[in-house]
Ligand binder design. Structure first.
Ligand code: SF4
Length: 415
């Protein structure tokens, strides 16, 4: 067991992953080694609490770390640490709960008898960031959708200073990163130094980054200004994730979502006007209390009509403290699972249609991985996965390729 060595166990969303990577960079910068869990004196578990399944996985990860032969200290952070610190602390004497992810590195360093600088000592460059890096620009949410625990776990919206975001992106671009994904909990709430999300996109684009994405944006934040700015930024990738959650007005209203299906459909129309052929992806939540068979059929029909390129399907999971958790008319688990199965079948169909529609076209591909078989794998701006001949290519290269066909969900291409 190495004295100054930690292991990372990260669960949950992109924001959790970026935060855990920053903790890693801070610790590495202060001489703490990041090792496998069996060699660590401290295991850091970054938790999620978005569903009951996520809670279960988080507690399981903590128990697993506690039972490691070297009996490490287990530092627990992330959203479950914010929602249920006592429950986590009760899992064992060696559990240290630190809900403030910005304080985790210092807390771990103190446990190890060392200290960390308060700022990142270097860019987050490493194997995982050779081609694409995710940059957190916003935290928190005040929308309080009826099913969602996130506002309770992450608090009110707050933005990373514009100058700090631009500095981080510039250092990543200087280090050779070709693509930046801006992420947050509710990124449309971004505001700093008079800049809103479109202003941030312009500032980040000015760093010279090759490709720029926004991880997810609420329908209400897809403004004319957002689309106008994004459309005139050459690096902005025409792949936009706009959570829908349900395709039935009655369910949307019960969820406390701020739009109906007509408003959502017009958002998609405006996106396609600004970005013809854009990839639009979404989240759909099934099994919300009170969702009838008729409601679900409406959702299925609406989702099919929207022509998404990909769906993320979730089954409703009651979260204590949210309005939906005390709503009547719970949907039985078997019905929820069946509805999720039908949505995933639709997802497979939508993905296949979107890929087929690109056969015969040329696309810009970012090379992300070179295989031992000499093949290269990468993504287009529309987030289609591509496989092609890799001779003469390097990770991070951006090439124009001719999309010849579809094979096991990936585009086959020649460049
Ligand atoms: S917008 Fe709604 S679903 Fe998204 S994080 Fe906020 S409360 Fe949760």
């Amino acid at each position: 067991m190495a004295e100054f060595a930690v292991a990372m166990r990260t669960l949950g969303c992109k924001v959790n992953r970026v935060e855990a990577e920053k903790v890693t960079a801070q610790l590495l910068g202060s001489g703490v080694r990041v090792v496998g869990e069996r060699d660590a004196s401290v295991v850091i578990v970054t938790t999620c609490t978005v569903t009951a399944e996520a809670d279960h996985k988080a507690r399981k990860a903590v128990r697993h770390a506690l039972n490691l032969p070297q009996a490490p200290i287990v530092v627990v952070s992330g959203c479950l640490a914010a929602i249920d610190p006592d429950g986590l602390a009760a899992l064992g004497e060696r559990v240290v709960v630190e809900a403030d992810t910005d304080a985790v590195a210092a807390r771990v360093a103190a446990l190890l008898g060392t200290s960390v600088g308060d700022r990142l000592t270097g860019p987050r460059v490493g194997d995982a960031f050779r081609t694409r890096a995710v940059v957190k620009v916003e935290d928190g949410c005040d929308a309080f959708c009826a099913y969602c625990i996130v506002p309770y776990a992450r608090g009110v919206p707050r933005s990373v200073p514009l100058a700090e975001v631009v500095a981080e992106v510039s250092s990543l671009v200087d280090a050779g990163v070709a693509e930046i994904v801006l992420t947050g909990i509710n990124i449309g709430r971004y505001t700093d130094s008079g800049a809103d999300l479109p202003g941030l996109i312009e500032a980040v684009a000015a760093t010279g980054v090759r490709r720029l994405r926004v991880s997810s944006i609420e329908p209400g934040d897809v403004s004319e200004r957002f689309l106008a700015v994004a459309a005139r930024v050459p690096s902005f990738c025409a792949h936009i994730h706009v959570p829908l959650q349900a395709g039935c007005d009655r369910t949307l209203s019960a969820m406390g979502r701020t739009y109906d299906t007509a408003a959502y459909a017009s958002v998609l129309t405006r996106i396609r006007d600004a970005f013809p052929g854009a990839a639009i992806t979404t989240d759909v939540l099934t099994g919300f209390p009170g969702e009838s068979d008729v409601d679900f059929d409406r959702t299925l029909t609406f989702v099919r009509a929207c022509g998404f390129s990909r769906l993320h399907v979730f089954r409703y999971s009651p979260r204590t403290g949210t309005p939906a958790a005390v709503m009547a008319e719970k949907v039985p688990v078997a019905v929820k699972s069946e509805r999720a199965r039908r949505l995933r079948a639709l997802d497979a169909d939508l993905r296949a249609r979107f890929a087929e529609a690109h056969v015969g076209s040329d696309a810009e591909v970012l090379v992300e991985r070179l295989g031992d078989d000499g093949m290269a794998e990468g993504t287009t701006r529309e987030y289609l996965r591509v496989i092609m001949q890799g001779r003469g290519l390097a990770e991070g290269d951006v090439v124009t390729a001719h999309l010849a066909g579809v094979e096991r969900g990936r585009m086959t291409a020649a460049w």
